[in-house]
Design a protein around this ligand. Sequence first.
Ligand code: SF4
Ligand code: SF4
Length: 282
Amino acid sequence: MSSSPEEKIKKLGKKLGANLVGIASVEDINKYAPEGHRPDDVLMGAKSAIVFAGQLTPKGAWHSKGYQVHHMNRSFGIPYRNRIAFDVALYIEEKYGYYAAVASGGNISAKLCAEMAGMGTRSMAAGIVLNKDWGLLNFGVAMTTMPLKPDGMVDEQVCPHPSCVKRWEKEGKTFCLDACPECLSGELEDGKIKWMRYNRHVCATRAQTRSINSFQRTLLEAINEPDLEKRKSIVLGTFFGSVVATVSTANTMGQCGECLRGCPITIKARTLKPKWKPGDPG
Ligand code: SF4
Ligand code: SF4
């Protein structure tokens, strides 16, 4: 039996490296996205958004004592996920004759597209979209004028997990709120999120210390430093070295994700059970 275009597109996205592929309708996205941040702002006449999701790191990176290990293991970075979106966009244009483009450039909320494509729901932890099986995911998005059948939103809120509801009722805390009270605040009511606030300005200065912005800021600091020895130590120091390494590999970071370290959904998603033991055939 021949498969539908939606199935073919999803199969290709997975073959190229996405763990999940979902489709959202532009109509659904436009119910929430303000003007200037809509699919039409990326591609005129866009009808569908195809979302490619990937797990952030191998599960083992969460089990490291060193945070840098977690950071350096980020596997589904911007260049990688945009590459998948790019290849699928070309496939749609060539095979089906509809326009397509990668939704990169900051105007579109990939999280909103992911929610509308049924990949998960917003969480108390920095508004991150959590998937019930995969936990924290990163997203790349391709827009197309092709009218594709959308997956629609999931029926149930993933966050809060029942153990967070219990903890809230007992202590007035959840695991994520407890981990980062500087950036996160909110309340649960009747087992659901009543309100939540994510102070992204505080989060950015704490979590985005290895990025293009930190490269520019540190370079300016070095240029303005009149003392030659101090200037040398800024440029040749380990901090600037790690910023250069991150920028050169495009392995920059949006959020540190520490608020999710104790999240029951993320813990379940990153837990492995060995499927092989010494002596078994390979
Ligand atoms: S990503 Fe890091 S800094 Fe930002 S809210 Fe979470 S724990 Fe706090
Ligand atoms: S710890 Fe996880 S499940 Fe619990 S409230 Fe925070 S994000 Fe939601």
